[in-house]
Design a protein around this ligand. Structure first.
Ligand code: ACO
Ligand code: OAA
Length: 442
């Protein structure tokens, strides 16, 4: 197949022989002639490139990028399983590090395997002193997500002995380093933003307890961990641990597909997660609830603005590319929100507001017909808030939870003999060939 931009004869956009691309109700001229289809009226999904037919699938709504043995989702039935285990069972019976092991190594660990994994991680929680100084360079009001991503990216400069994607020992070392150091980096990003001293990790504590202490404790003062709070945070990390080919995981895989090291690939994934349509939605939900509250709690008028598709107004924490049913994680989070607020003796009127909002949406034809339900982000922020985390830190907590999934997916891709560099095609709809115009003629 020859692309017309190499020829100026009968292939100009708008000429009799140019093809039309009909896309989202808009007709565009294609600057080349699809040899098999002839001029005009080309069906989307059968578009021609230099090398033949290209399927145009913006947002990859129906394109499988890989096979995977890690996570199974049935979006119509609202089912989520990690390595075959239902999320409900893991949430009730497992722990975040056990789930991390399961995702990364494929099987639940034996007692000894889990102990060895946990011990190894606890030996790597410290940050290099030079990396610690990075936190002084960021502005105090910096958003913690780019701080997190930058520090993770910098790990590839500090740990050059674990960058080779094809050396199994190095991959294992970078895996352990990431799992150990991300909570420390996250806690430092928080401490920096509130102007408090950075605490060294205490490796006699569990990963979650130590993280809470580094976020909320003070030097030379014992930190009393509330075990129910630690358990709830561990549970939230489990619920976020993997979700097959979501935007940030696909980013990690795409970056890694160029044989880029694990630290750098995860750093890119953190940026993808930060967006409000993805992990950033957990902060956006709380901002939305605050805005509704500030507006007198008028849910009906807010929902009307959503349905009228007012620019920038969406029901955040609702809707999902895959779930066309209640997100099973959201159901668990909702129940946990009640428990943890009771436990912490926190009364937050925004929890009732969120529940009312959900009720209004779930009985409204706009949401019913589009199969829009609460997703994992709808209720998590209320729990994080009750725990004492600032709104803009919520997505950092998501990132800590998602890390084992990113690692497992990157490793699966690196080990897959069928994997190739990720490189989507496009359908060119720009100008055909034209001659350079000197400055004085423009
Ligand atoms: C961890 C996670 O990443 S979970 C997702 C977190 N993100 C959010 O909560 C942000 C709000 N939700 C959304 O923006 C979307 O539902 C997404 C990004 C999650 C999924 O997007 P897509 O699969 O591309 O769905 P799409 O945007 O095509 O929506 C389909 C229809 O539902 C509408 N819709 C989807 N979500 C919402 C929402 N939250 N509020 C209002 N309308 C919505 C769309 O406007 C569209 O309507 P239309 O058919 O009249 O044009
Ligand atoms: O799967 C998705 O597209 C988004 C999501 O819920 C997640 O990443 O947890």
């Amino acid at each position: 197949m020859t692309q017309a931009s190499t020829s100026t004869t009968d292939t100009k956009a708008g000429s009799d022989t140019a093809a039309k691309l009909s896309y989202n109700g808009t007709e565009m001229d294609l600057p080349f002639v699809p040899a098999t289809e002839g001029a005009g009226g080309l069906e989307i999904g059968k578009l021609l490139s230099t090398e033949g037919v290209v399927t145009l699938d913006p947002g990859y709504t129906n394109t499988g990028s890989t096979t995977s043995k890690i996570t199974y989702i049935d979006g119509d039935a609202g089912i989520l399983r990690y390595r075959g285990y239902p999320i409900e069972q893991l949430a009730e019976k497992s722990s975040f590090l056990e789930v991390s092991y399961l995702l990364i190594h494929g099987e639940l660990p034996s007692k000894d395997e889990l102990q060895a994994f946990t011990d190894r991680i606890s030996r790597h929680t410290l940050l290099h002193e030079d990396l610690k100084r990075f936190f002084d360079g960021f502005p105090r009001d910096a958003h913690p997500m780019p701080v997190l991503s930058s520090a993770v990216s910098a790990l590839s400069t500090f740990y050059q002995d674990s960058l080779d994607p094809f050396n199994k020992d190095q991959v294992e070392l970078s895996t352990v380093r990431l799992l150990a150091k991300l909570p420390t980096i996250a806690a430092y990003a928080h401490r920096k933003s509130v102007g408090q001293p950075l605490l060294y990790p205490d490796n006699s504590m569990t990963l979650v307890e130590n993280f809470l202490r580094m976020c909320f404790g003070f030097p030379a003062e014992p930190y009393e961990v509330n075990p129910k709070l630690a358990k709830a945070l561990d549970l939230l990390f489990i619920l976020h641990a993997d979700h097959e080919q979501n935007c940030s995981t696909s980013t990690v895989r795409l970056v890694g597909s160029a044989h880029t090291n694990l630290f750098a690939s995860v750093s890119a994934g953190i940026h993808a997660l930060a967006g409000p349509l993805h992990g950033g939605a957990n902060s956006a939900v709380l901002e939305m609830l605050d805005a509704i509250q500030a507006d007198g709690g008028d849910i009906k008028s807010f929902v009307k603005r959503v349905k009228d598709k007012e620019p920038g107004v969406k029901l955040m924490g609702f809707g999902h590319r895959v779930y066309k049913n209640y997100d099973p994680r959201a159901a668990i989070v909702k129940a946990t929100a009640d428990d943890i607020l009771n436990e912490l003796h926190v009364t937050d009127p925004r929890l009732e507001l969120a529940k009312e909002l959900e009720q209004v949406a779930l009985t409204d034809d706009y949401f019913i017909s589009r199969k829009l339900y609460p997703n994992v982000d709808f209720y998590t922020g209320l729990i994080y808030k009750a725990m004492g985390f600032p709104t803009k830190f919520f997505t950092v907590l998501f990132a800590i939870g998602r890390l084992p999934g990113w690692i497992a997916q990157w490793r699966e891709m690196i080990e897959d003999p069928a994997s190739k560099i990720g490189r989507p095609r496009q359908v060119y709809v720009g100008e055909t060939e034209r001659d350079y115009v000197p400055m004085d003629k423009r």
